[in-house]
Design a protein around this ligand. Structure first.
Ligand code: ATP
Ligand code: MN
Length: 468
């Protein structure tokens, strides 16, 4: 077979010009479908660069019948052929094959994706193969674009990317149950004299866990670089089997010195609108596919969010609205309760019909580091609530006052020895500052219109599931 430079299918489909026609090109990819008759075969070939496949037209008179039999759905081939204008609908170029090489066959009897239209539940059981479906190709391309968009937004706005640790020695954040990191023998751990597990003999000489958030460390960096962000994996050992929770998920957390709660809200709103606009401008083929296949209102919803201001109100006002709503919620509402997804979605989808930013939550349901309001009851927390998702961002202005922070730490029973380094930022050159955490997969859920968080991360980790 003649060796040619491989063309990317996206380039051929999107940017082939008149003068490119009638040249011999090479494409490589996986066969999505093969159909035809005894004279001609039409192969839809996909290389993942774009949702669309390129059509390969094979004049069977010129090809070995035995080789053609190997080309089935899922097989991987390399094709040389003439790029020509297509007569078919929905594409303007196709390839008339001159040579075909089969890299890998996919036995039609055993290849699980032989047929189209598998359920998302079934595809979760074959997470190692599901990237080959149109749906997961689309989701993974959008996910990539959103990760890139996050870095681009921050870079263009003068933020610095801080790599915060994944193994942490502090469990002060209280964001959820943690996964222990240890090299101790589970059957026979070293014990102290009074029979307790002796972590002093563990790898780090103390108890360590996987991080639930990079925030505390990001705050340290913001006290020097002013505008920083983290973006990495976070872990929560909570046994919540919901369509919005993973045990391992990616979180993006900006932290900005001198920002107060209002600027924090402005940043969150500008940032998330930027990302959705970025998706609309750069992922339209994939979004159109997802819109047509899964969620007919997806594009409308994305455009709506970009073009409308978010509603901003205090927790206390939201409780008022919920109590007067006449709705019968599974979890009853009163001042002081943590809002459940059903409450958040009522506010967003029914009452305001737009994204909502709630602020000033009761201090007892929020973390120790949030700035205390003068009322003595609430803290300067800020949650961004989205249609179909509920909470997509959680953040706050941080308590910068040393004494107030220390008081709160004592009140909540957090050992001072675990957070001495955090307290130091308030002892040396403290400053007002704010930040938030965006759940990356919740963003991808919103942007793709997918309904289950397990379908927007390549290899989901949930209770009882870490196969792939
Ligand atoms: P929720 O109340 O929805 O469980 P949270 O209040 O515990 O979330 P935060 O600690 O505020 O979450 O984390 C910041 C963001 O991270 C959340 O707004 C959400 O988008 C995301 N997030 C939190 N927990 C998970 C999880 N288990 N899986 C996926 N994303 C999560
Ligand atoms: Mn939260």
């Amino acid at each position: 077979m003649e060796i040619l430079n491989r063309s990317i299918i996206k380039d051929l489909l999107k940017s082939a010009k008149k003068e490119d026609l009638d040249h011999i090109v090479n494409v490589k990819g996986w066969v999505r479908t093969k159909r035809g008759n005894k004279n001609v075969a039409f192969i839809a070939l996909n290389d993942g660069s774009i949702i669309h496949s390129i059509q390969i037209v094979v004049d069977l008179a010129n090809f070995d019948e035995e080789v053609m039999k190997l080309i089935t759905t899922g097989s991987c081939i390399s094709v040389n052929g003439k790029l020509v204008e297509s007569m078919g609908q929905g594409q303007h170029v196709e390839i008339q094959a001159t040579e075909i090489h089969v890299y890998g066959t996919a036995d039609a009897e055993s290849y699980p994706l032989q047929k189209k239209g598998h359920s998302l539940e079934f595809l979760r059981e074959i997470a190692h193969l599901r990237p080959r479906t149109n749906t997961f190709g689309a989701v993974l391309r959008v996910r990539h674009a959103m990760a890139y968009g996050i870095h681009k937004y921050y870079n263009d706005n003068g933020f610095f990317y801080i790599h915060t640790p994944i193994i942490t020695g502090s469990d002060a954040e209280g964001a959820g149950a943690m996964f222990r990191v240890t090299t101790m023998d589970a059957k026979n751990p070293p014990l102290t004299e009074d029979g307790k597990v002796n972590y002093a003999e563990d790898f780090f000489g103390k108890e360590t866990n996987l991080t639930v958030s990079g925030q505390l460390e990001a705050e340290l960096a913001a006290m020097s670089l002013t505008k920083v962000y983290t973006f990495g994996p976070t872990f929560r050992a909570e046994n919540s089997n919901t369509p919005r929770h993973l045990a391992e998920f990616w979180m993006n957390e900006p932290e900005v010195a001198f920002n107060e709660i209002k600027e924090n809200m402005d940043l969150a709103e500008d940032f998330i609108k930027y990302l959705i606009k970025y998706a609309l401008e750069n992922c339209m083929d994939d979004l159109q596919f997802l819109n047509d296949m899964y969620d007919k209102e997806l594009l409308e919803r994305l455009n709506f969010v970009v073009n409308n201001d978010f509603m901003r109100l205090a927790y206390t006002e939201a409780i008022d609205i919920l109590m007067k709503s006449g709705q019968s919620f599974e979890f009853p509402v009163s001042w002081g309760v943590d809002l459940q997804s059903e409450h958040e979605r009522y506010l967003v989808e029914k009452h305001f019909q737009k994204p909502v930013i709630l602020t000033d939550y009761p201090k007892d349901i929020k973390a120790f580091y949030m700035k205390q309001n003068d009322d003595g009851k609430t803290v300067r927390a800020m949650d961004v609530l989205f249609p179909k998702i509920g909470e997509i961002i959680g953040g706050s202005q941080r308590e910068e006052n040393y004494d107030k922070l220390l008081n709160r730490i004592h009140e909540m029973g957090i050992p001072e020895k675990d957070v001495w380094w955090y307290l130091d930022t308030r002892r040396f050159g403290t400053a007002p500052h704010s930040g938030f955490g965006l759940g990356f997969e919740r963003l991808i859920l919103f942007v793709t219109g997918m309904a289950n968080i397990r379908d927007v991360i390549p290899f989901p980790r949930t209770p009882m599931n870490a196969e792939f």
